[in-house]
Design a protein around this ligand. Structure first.
Ligand code: ANZ
Ligand code: ZN
Length: 868
């Protein structure tokens, strides 16, 4: 009787074995002499829905890699945890009147059991959730360090406000600028909020990208996000008409407008100026007769999200009634306002050069403003049909005519008194949410201290510096953050964590404030400095906070639970594990998360708390898995695949291999239920290869020498291929190689001796183990009852065996190269031709054609001659 491949039983059995002694097998060992390798997944947000196949994709990839590295004698850190603060849980808590902690616990339990049912080899001793007080006390500690150093400040920032749900929404909760829940048009409301001066790190965030082994597209996205731009600032004098008597003598004022330009060489072609509608000068320079038009316009655009404003197809704007003086030629040019100029970039005002800028050109056409060509590709004047945005030769530019634009820049800047200026698009990080389910911000507001600090009227440098001093005022000592934010006082470190109140449930406020604001006994407190009455900050941190340093949390491991912060921060153990060697996750984190974490790391570096400049050395983005209809998986489309069901039907090993076999890890690829069966059959064949043959026990007494040698060559080629591919995370091709070898072994198993079969099989199973660990473990145990595959050594290939045996064929159809084929030299000619014929890239040329002739040049070329 043959035993069937009972994947459910086998998988449960091995998962239980692996879980022994707190998953001892998968634990990373601090300070081990072995080479360390830190393999990190982007940790999930544990939602009620459980893992989706996209999680499974990335997590399988890192699991394969971790298991592979362990067998290659690495000391691997492969941890997992939960990014559990955030809106979906909060919304669900409000709806069901439960505490979000309870919901989080449930979701985490589900996620964890799903991960274990996939056989992932995580070091669970280092698990935490960002919502665990023993974890977020550190998040608060680091925030207080930023505060102390003056990196935290209050600024007017806009929130997205849904007037019908009466709640502020994160960017992620907007759908085309509308509330995701009720579909109302959202409003932007200005609100003073805590922010972090990430802009002070812009240059380093840009510069240090060069040290990273990251996908080029992510590097580009980071560069764009940081948005460094080098240009000039130049001032234009303003002439406002006398407000009470328009069109009479112009009145010289001492008002000026400062503009930022990257093309100072075009200034002779600046025929008007444009201010952002929110620019503080607008109210000062608008003429009475233009006032109502201007005000209407400002009201219309002021609440629009920035993104929409810059993407608006139709150009709009209004004239203020005032003029500027172009410093290059002293011409009087009109000052307009328009939404395409943004207040929070550079100076919020531009000199418009319609001949050489797309938007300015459209604007000038629409409002009939002068378009004056000043840069010419050939030195001639043209009738411009469209703006010319390249470099060229200056014309209509007074003393600078005939100069090359590239050379003219500095000279003209000098002439008009412009100053070199670097701008960044990156904004300071708004670090506050009007929410309950986040890390409480450990600050209180004390009116008494506010008075003391304001009366002292200290002047201090607002720039970040590592060696900031404390400031003494009377009997109290304040940090730089406290001086810069009068009245805001940091909690004492020994009072951390500041935990969320233990309420049964809570309600959404209608004021836009955090629900914490209505929990009075939590809000009311005393000042840690002067003991006078004070109130707590009720905004909480954004979800990005906890994920900005979690990779350090895993390295710290049990140190996280040490009470004393200075003892708990075990820098030696961080230096041992960090930076992360491989970080795998979705490309949706290319900017925000990966910018915030890099910034956070650099801040800790400046404090001497970490030694590496960057947190993540190598980054890989797994590609999106689409539904079988080639659309993004979504509930509404009904094309979502539930991994649990696949596991139930085919087993975890099948799901793992299937997802890796779908295509290259980085590629976007559709789900294809049919090919799961193919993968499942492959594992069945591996099973039968061992079980059926052993049961029948009809092996040859002695091996057929040639066959055994051939199998050995094939094995070593496979070792080489799987080793290289796994190292390069090319799992799909590694799996194909394993499938091919299985085929050879299945055909020839009974032509060799049992001993030889076992030898080959043992190596084969080790190769298969990272991909399908359960079946490999089981079969390995059957072949070697005393040994465990988990601590085997990864096989090495014999270079001699691999080298001589392969040829590279160029496969042609009618003499045209259509494919290449790397194949064993020892195969018969017909077999090689057959393989070539079956290649996808060749097949399509041969379909429905008669092959007239096949030209075969040994080890070099196969040419199919067909009727064309
Ligand atoms: C005159 C000019 C002539 C410009 C020309 C461009 C081409 P980046 O590279 O993105 O920094 N600009 C400046 N501040 C702006 C703001 N707050 N909102 C919208 N646009 C703004 O772009 C810098 C250029 O964008 C600046 O150079 C300015 O237009 C515009 F042939 O000045 B330029
Ligand atoms: Zn006080």
């Amino acid at each position: 009787m043959t035993k069937k491949y009972d994947f459910s039983r086998i998988e449960k059995k091995w998962q239980k074995i692996w879980s022994q002694n707190n998953f001892k097998l998968w634990q990373g060992t601090d300070f081990s002499k072995k080479k360390k390798h830190y393999v990190l997944d982007m940790f999930p947000y544990p939602s009620g829905e459980g893992l989706h196949v996209g999680h499974v994709e990335g997590y399988t990839a890192t699991d394969i890699y971790s298991r592979f590295l362990r067998l290659n004698n690495f000391n691997v850190l492969h941890p997992m945890g939960w990014d559990a603060f955030g809106l979906p849980t909060e919304n669900y808590a409000l709806k069901t009147k439960t505490h979000p902690e309870i919901i989080t616990k449930k979701s985490v339990k589900k996620f964890k059991s799903q991960m274990q049912s996939l056989g992932f080899s995580y070091d669970w001793t280092r698990e935490f959730s960002t919502t665990d007080p023993f974890y977020y006390k550190w998040t608060q500690w680091m925030f207080l360090k930023m505060f102390e150093k003056g990196l935290v400040f209050r600024q007017q920032a806009f929130i997205n406000w849904c007037p019908s749900c009466k709640t502020s929404l994160a960017e992620e909760d907007l759908e085309n600028g509308k509330c995701e829940r009720c579909g109302s048009e959202i409003e932007r409301k200005p609100l003073e909020q805590w922010s972090i001066k990430i802009t002070q790190y812009a240059e380093r965030l840009l510069n240090d990208l060069k040290y990273l082994n990251w996908p080029q597209n992510v590097v580009e996205m980071q560069k764009d996000w940081i948005g460094k731009s080098t240009g000039y600032e130049v001032k234009f004098k303003i002439i406002t008409p006398q407000q009470d008597s328009l069109n009479q003598n112009d009145k010289e004022t001492n008002l000026e407008v400062n503009v930022f330009t990257t093309r100072i060489d075009t200034i002779f072609g600046a025929t008007y100026l444009v201010l952002a509608p929110e620019h503080p000068l607008v109210s000062k320079i608008t003429a009475i007769s233009n006032k109502s038009k201007v005000e209407n316009y400002v009201n219309q655009v002021i609440n629009k999200p920035e993104l929409l404003r810059t993407k608006e197809k139709e150009i709009t704007g209004v004239f203020t009634g005032s003029f500027g003086v172009n410093p290059s030629n002293n011409e009087r040019i009109p000052i307009w306002i328009s939404e395409y100029v943004l207040m929070n970039y550079a100076t919020g005002a531009i000199m418009a050069v319609p001949a050489h800028d797309e938007r300015d050109f459209k604007f000038a056409k629409k409002f009939d403003l002068e378009i004056r060509e000043v840069i010419s590709p050939d030195g001639q004047n043209h009738n411009l049909e469209e703006p010319y945005i390249g470099e060229g030769i200056l014309i209509n530019s007074g003393p600078f005519d005939r100069l090359k634009s590239t050379i003219a820049k500095d000279k003209i800047a000098n002439f008009v008194g412009a100053n070199k200026k670097v701008n960044y698009k990156i904004k300071d990080w708004v670090f506050a949410r009007q929410r309950f389910w986040g890390e409480p911000i450990p600050l209180v507001f004390c009116p008494h201290c506010k008075q003391l600090i304001e009366n002292a009227n200290l002047k201090i440098d607002e720039k970040f510096s590592k060696n900031d001093v404390q400031y003494k005022i009377g009997k109290y000592t304040y940090s730089k953050g406290e001086i810069l934010n009068p009245g805001w006082i940091a909690l004492k470190i020994n009072k951390l964590p500041l935990t969320l109140p233990k309420v049964k449930y809570y309600k959404q406020t209608t004021t836009g404030k955090s629900p914490l604001a209505e929990i009075e006994n939590w809000v009311e407190t005393t000042c840690p400095k002067c003991s006078n009455p004070a109130i707590r900050e009720t905004d909480t941190m954004p979800q990005w906070a906890g994920s900005s340093w979690y990779y350090l949390g895993y390295a710290l491991g049990k140190n996280l639970k040490v009470k004393d912060f200075n003892k708990g921060w075990n820098k030696k153990v961080i230096d041992y594990w960090v930076p992360v060697d491989l970080y795998v996750g979705g490309v949706e984190h290319a900017t925000r998360h990966l910018i915030y974490a890099r910034f956070w790391h650099k801040f800790l570096y400046d404090l001497g708390l970490v030694s590496s400049l960057e947190p993540f050395e190598r980054l890989v983005n797994q590609g999106l898995i689409l539904g079988s209809d080639n659309e993004k998986m979504s509930k509404s489309k009904g094309n979502v695949i539930n991994p649990d069901e696949i596991i139930k039907q085919y087993g975890a090993d099948t799901l793992r291999i299937y997802e890796m076999f779908l295509g290259p890890l980085e590629a976007v690829k559709p789900w294809d239920t049919k090919s799961i069966i193919g993968v499942h059959r492959f594992l069945n064949r591996v099973w039968n290869l061992v079980i059926v043959n052993l049961t029948k026990n009809s092996f040859s007494k002695v091996s057929d020498k040639d066959i055994f040698k051939n199998l050995k060559i094939n094995l070593h080629k496979t070792i080489k291929k799987v080793t290289e591919d796994t190292n390069n995370l090319k799992f799909n091709t590694a799996i194909s190689a394993l499938m091919e070898l299985e085929n050879e072994l299945t055909i020839n198993a009974l032509k060799i001796s049992k001993k030889d079969f076992k030898e080959l099989m043992k190596a084969y199973l080790i190769l298969l183990y990272p991909f399908a660990p359960h079946i490999s473990s089981e079969l390995f145990q059957i072949l070697n009852p005393k040994k465990s595959i988990d601590n085997q050594v990864w096989p090495k290939f014999d270079a001699k065996l691999v080298k001589e045996t392969e040829a590279n064929y160029a496969i042609q159809v009618n003499g045209k190269l259509r494919a290449t084929l790397t194949i064993s030299k020892s195969l018969a000619q017909e077999k090689i031709i057959k393989k070539a014929q079956e290649l996808k890239e060749v097949k399509k040329w041969l379909e429905n054609k008669t092959i007239k002739k096949i030209i075969f040049i040994k080890d070099k070329i196969i040419n199919f001659v067909i009727n064309s």
